[in-house]
Design a protein around this ligand. Structure first.
Ligand SMILES: *Cc1c(COP(=O)(O)O)cnc(C)c1O
Length: 378
């Protein structure tokens, strides 16, 4: 699914030198390397403040903590995402309110949000799933009308961008009140370990989030709020600072691989190809197709590919509103029909920055054979 080793081999000298320099410097936590990465990432995204932290889940949790919500307050999000998005809401004693997604972008459907807003709603967390931006213009407009915060979960879409109707183009993560990301190794900007970051244009939120990351302290051994310990270490920051210089090229390589899959698979009637929304610069964290005939056929195709040593993954097989851990919120099958249908149809093909035309052809060839076999033709 990913090839971090080949990617490393191409930048090995730079990385090895930077890691050795950190070790020799003795500054392993915070220090100049983390500071430099913060500044470079802020400039790349077009945000005022970048707060590095330990992982993408912490980033979401710290963002929510900074909003100073009360137990029982409601946060609207999608159930078609990695569990972390809803987990932090539940963990903080808030209530996740799941809204269905659009069938073509797999992202939060802005038209369904308003009906889910109550007098307890405080925030919306759109996820830019698989590298495609959620439709942010209507989401920001709804948030403005109802006085809600927007936290963008940008863990899968760093480097993606959204173009507004007036032509303004913003990077994802720089649009809402707060943006969060993950540097998990397989993400588009991946470390060689864990890492995450939080972005905002808002000075006050930035100060509060710094404090929360640092045990609720802005002055050593004085603690103003209950915080956590969440830091990006200097070795990961040094690695990320180098990979950030290559991020646009890595994303471009993903887009090129997606173009190849599109060309190779466009005539297959049994599958739906991933759409690129007109407003979106999609960075293809995943290339996710839909097997139109549903779960049984999808699972058979995945098993066939696996026999050919081609990894294909199901992100995500069980939507969050139907997971055992979230049963207490009262959702049942049928509540989010598009999300539920997607969970039965989606299949993500190998996708990374090092994919070659030969590999996309190899995968597509076997996928076509799998479709035929599943249809009982051969
Ligand atoms: C990966 C991911 C996270 C969590 O990131 P970690 O660094 O693994 O904690 C959160 N949200 C989404 C959508 C993700 O894909």
């Amino acid at each position: 699914m990913v090839d971090t080793i080949t990617q490393y081999e191409r930048i090995r000298d730079e990385i090895d030198q930077a890691v050795a320099a950190v070790i020799r410097s003795g500054a392993y936590i915070n220090g100049p390397v983390v500071q430099q990465f913060r500044e470079n990432l802020a400039a790349y995204l077009g945000v005022e403040h970048v707060i590095p932290c330990a992982n993408g889940t912490d980033a979401l949790q710290i963002a929510l903590m900074a909003l100073q919500l009360r137990p029982g307050d409601e946060v609207i999000t999608t159930a078609f995402t990695f569990v972390a998005t809803a987990e932090v809401i539940a963990l903080l004693g808030l209530k996740p309110v799941f809204v269905d997604v659009e069938p073509d972008t797999y992202n939060l459907n802005p038209q369904l949000i308003e009906a889910a807003i109550t007098d307890k709603t405080r925030a919306i967390i759109p996820v830019h799933l698989f590298g495609q931006p959620a439709n942010m213009a209507p989401i920001m407009e709804l948030a403005r009308q109802h006085g809600l915060y927007v936290i963008e979960d940008n863990a899968q879409a760093i480097g993606a961008a959204y173009t507004f109707a007036d032509g303004q183009r913003l990077k994802t993560g720089a649009i809402g009140h707060i943006g969060t990301t993950s540097f998990y190794p397989s993400k588009n900007l991946g470390a060689y370990g864990d890492g995450g970051a939080i972005f905002t244009q808002d000075e006050e939120l930035a100060a509060r989030m710094w404090m929360i990351c640092n045990h609720g302290s802005s002055r050593r051994y004085y603690h103003d709020v209950v915080g956590v310990n969440s830091r990006l270490d200097a070795i990961q920051a040094a690695i990320l600072d180098i990979k950030l210089r290559h991020l646009d090229a890595y994303n471009q390589a993903r887009i090129q691989a997606a173009d190849q899959y599109d060309q190779l698979l466009k005539e297959e009637a049994g599958i739906g190809l991933p759409l690129r929304a007109a407003y979106a610069h999609h960075v293809f964290h995943q290339y996710t197709i839909r097997i139109k005939e549903g779960r049984e056929k999808r699972d058979a195709i995945q098993a066939y590919l696996s026999q050919q040593h081609i990894p294909a993954m199901i992100y995500y097989p069980v939507p969050l509103h139907l997971q055992a851990a979230y049963r207490g919120y009262g959702y049942k099958p049928g509540d989010l029909p598009v999300t539920e249908q997607l969970s039965e149809e989606v299949l993500s093909l190998p996708m990374h920055s090092e994919l070659t035309q030969e590999q996309t052809e190899h995968v597509s060839g076997h996928l076509k054979a799998a479709l035929k076999q599943a249809a009982g033709i051969c």
